[in-house]
Design a protein around this ligand. Structure first.
Ligand code: 13P
Length: 250
C-alpha cells in the first residue's frame, strides 16, 4: 500500500516571517493526522525558518526548485547540498518553471538524478496545456514528459520518486479536473508509462499526486481514485483550511 502524500506548494507567497508564523499555526493539527505524509514547500529563503518550525513533527519540507550542478557560476540557483540540511523533498519541473523560466525535459531529468544522488525525494510535475487537452494530445504529451523525466533511472530510483499530474488549465483557475478525468490520466498515462519503462512492481510503488485547484471540498473525490495517492496543493495550502484538506484526504 502506498502512503498518500499531500504537499503544499506555497509558490512565491509568504515572507520568511509569514511562513514561519503560518507553519507554527498549523503544524500541531497536521502532525496529529495519521496515515498521510505531509510536506510544506515554501519559497527558498523561508526554507530554514519553516524547517526549524516543523522540526520534531511528521511534516517534511520541500524546495520548489533546485539546480543539478554541485556548485559554481550559476547566479541565482541553489545546489542540492544547500537544501539537503533542511529539505526531504524538491519539486522539479513545475509547469510554472517550464512555462515562465524555460525549463526543459532534459534539465528536469538532470535535476531528478541530482536530487536522488543527494537523498532528496523529487516531486516531478507533468501536465498538459488547455490547447493540448482540447486537441486530444494529453496522453501523448504527458507520456512523453514522463519518459523524458525518468530516462536513465534505475528501478529503485524510480520507486523513490513522487509524480504530480497537474493539468496546466486547472492550476490556480478554480477549474479542477474531475476526479474521473484525473484518475484515468494518472492511471493509464502516468502510471502506465512508468509500467512500460520500469515494470509493474516498480510502477505500483510510485506515488502519484493530482494538482490543480485541489481543495478541502474536492480532495476526497480524488483520493477515491485507486491511482491517485495525494495532491500537490497551491492556493488551498496557504491558509489554515489546508488542515481540513489533509483530514478529508484520508
Ligand atoms: P492550485 O492548487 O493553486 O491550483 O496550484 C496547483 C499547483 O500548481 C501546485 O503545484
Amino acid at each position: 500500500m502506498r502512503t498518500p502524500i499531500i504537499a503544499g506548494n506555497w509558490k512565491m507567497n509568504k515572507t520568511p516571517a509569514e511562513a514561519e508564523t503560518f507553519a507554527n499555526e498549523i503544524k500541531d493539527a497536521l502532525n496529529a493526522i495519521e496515515g498521510v505524509d505531509i510536506a510544506f514547500c515554501p519559497p527558498a529563503i523561508a526554507i530554514p525558518a519553516v524547517a526549524a518550525a516543523v522540526a520534531g513533527t511528521k511534516i517534511g519540507v520541500g524546495a520548489q526548485n533546485m539546480y543539478f550542478e554541485e556548485k559554481g557560476a550559476y547566479t541565482g540557483e541553489l545546489a542540492p547540498n544547500m537544501i539537503t540540511p533542511f529539505c526531504q523533498y524538491v519539486i522539479l519541473g513545475h509547469s510554472e518553471r517550464r512555462g515562465y523560466f524555460g525549463e526543459t525535459d532534459e534539465g528536469v531529468n538532470k535535476k531528478i538524478k541530482a536530487a536522488l544522488a543527494h537523498g532528496l525525494t523529487p516531486i516531478v510535475c507533468v501536465g498538459e496545456s488547455l490547447e493540448q487537452n482540447e486537441a486530444g494530445e494529453t496522453h501523448a504529451f504527458v507520456s512523453g514528459q514522463v519518459k523524458a523525466a525518468f530516462d536513465g533511472l534505475t528501478a529503485a530510483q524510480m520507486a523513490q520518486c513522487v509524480i504530480a499530474y497537474e493539468p496546466i488549465w486547472a492550476i490556480g483557475t478554480g477549474k479542477s479536473a474531475t476526479a474521473e478525468q484525473a484518475g484515468e490520466i494518472i492511471g493509464k498515462t502516468v502510471r502506465g508509462t512508468v509500467v512500460a519503462m520500469f515494470g509493474d512492481e516498480t510502477a505500483q510503488a510510485v506515488r502519484i499526486q493530482y494538482g490543480g485547484s485541489a481543495n478541502e471540498k474536492n480532495i476526497a473525490e480524488y483520493m477515491k481514485q485507486p491511482d491517485i495517492d495525494g495532491a500537490l496543493v497551491g492556493g488551498a495550502s496557504l491558509k489554515p483550511v489546508f488542515i481540513e484538506l489533509v483530514q478529508n484526504a484520508i
